[in-house]
Design a protein around this ligand. Structure first.
Ligand code: ZN
Ligand code: ZN
Length: 297
């Protein structure tokens, strides 16, 4: 199960109810923080989450509302005995900016930080992939996907019934290979089942472009910025952001299963349902999140 906590859902200016952007994705031992706006540390406290469990930080771009919480977070990890290697990924210039930031704020970390500027697949474990795609937002900017791999698992009941002994042959079955034992053939398809893969895509600040739909294709969950309502689509274009309707169109065209709208302008502080209604006209299975909402996939 993948759990996503929306720590911050505001746009450039935080409001009384919406903090700057930060999203925490938890899957097994992985805690991946996507962006870290100002105030993210206190959002961790409110959500009763431990920042020391963060394994990786993904930065979409270097606008303040997405990164101003990073120096404070790195300091806290230092004071809290963080003892893992911290991976930070981002678009072009991320290496330089992290280096400058550590220097400016005189942050000396006991833990190691590895920074990578990424595009395409940048993490590939036996369980999942992380992918980046550059977006259009005036400065280097990435959208990200978390892709849980489809897996072949042994059906234990069927295995016991088949009388195939436990041992290295099971590894072959898990790879989908048929095996021979004591002169008998055992078919992988009879003793295994597949667990479904899953894709979660995160598209934060960007203007509409022709790379989004193919990048987020078939997402189980598409998290997308909707800074503006449809009435301000010219403004969205000018400021290189997306509207509610555009987010709906991306979800529909990409055949995603569910659309999650975030990064709302403070002008919708009292009317987020307007953004939701507009997106729903295009794509029915849409939700608008507020701070500290949790979704499970
Ligand atoms: Zn932003
Ligand atoms: Zn931005």
């Amino acid at each position: 199960m993948t759990k996503i906590t929306f720590l911050g859902t505001a746009d450039q200016i935080p409001s009384a109810s919406r903090n700057h952007t930060a999203i925490l994705l938890n899957y097994n031992e992985e805690n991946i923080l996507i962006d870290c706006g100002e105030g993210t540390q206190r959002q961790f406290r409110k959500a009763k989450l431990n920042p020391c469990k963060i394994t990786r930080i993904l930065i979409t771009h270097w606008h303040g509302d997405h990164i101003l919480g990073i120096p404070g977070l790195l300091l806290t990890l230092s004071s809290s005995g963080y003892n893992k290697k911290l991976f930070i990924y981002g678009p072009k210039h991320t290496k330089l900016f992290i280096k400058e930031l550590l220097k400016t704020f005189k942050i000396k970390t006991e833990y190691e930080i590895e920074v990578k500027e990424v595009n395409g697949t940048f993490v590939d474990t036996k369980d999942f992939l992380l992918e980046a795609k550059s977006m259009d937002h005036g400065i280097p900017c990435n959208a990200y996907s978390f892709v849980k791999k489809e897996k072949i698992r042994i059906d234990k009941k069927k295995l016991i019934k088949s009388k195939l002994p436990l041992g290295p042959l099971l590894q072959d079955l898990k790879k989908g290979k048929n095996v021979n034992h004591d002169g008998k053939k055992y078919f992988a398809k009879n003793l295994t089942f597949k667990t479904k893969g899953e894709k979660i895509s995160i598209v934060l600040d960007t203007v509409m472009n022709n790379r989004i739909v193919s990048f987020v294709k078939n997402s189980d969950l598409l998290i997308c910025e909707a800074s503006f309502g449809d009435e301000l689509k010219e403004k969205a274009q000018e400021h290189l952001h997306l509207t509610s309707v555009q987010a709906g169109e991306i979800a529909k065209k990409s055949k995603s299963k569910k659309l999650v709208l975030t990064h709302l302008s403070q002008r919708y502080e009292n009317s987020p349902e307007k953004i939701l209604k507009e997106a729903k006209k295009i794509f029915k299975n849409s939700v608008v999140v507020k701070d500290l909402d949790v979704l499970e996939v």
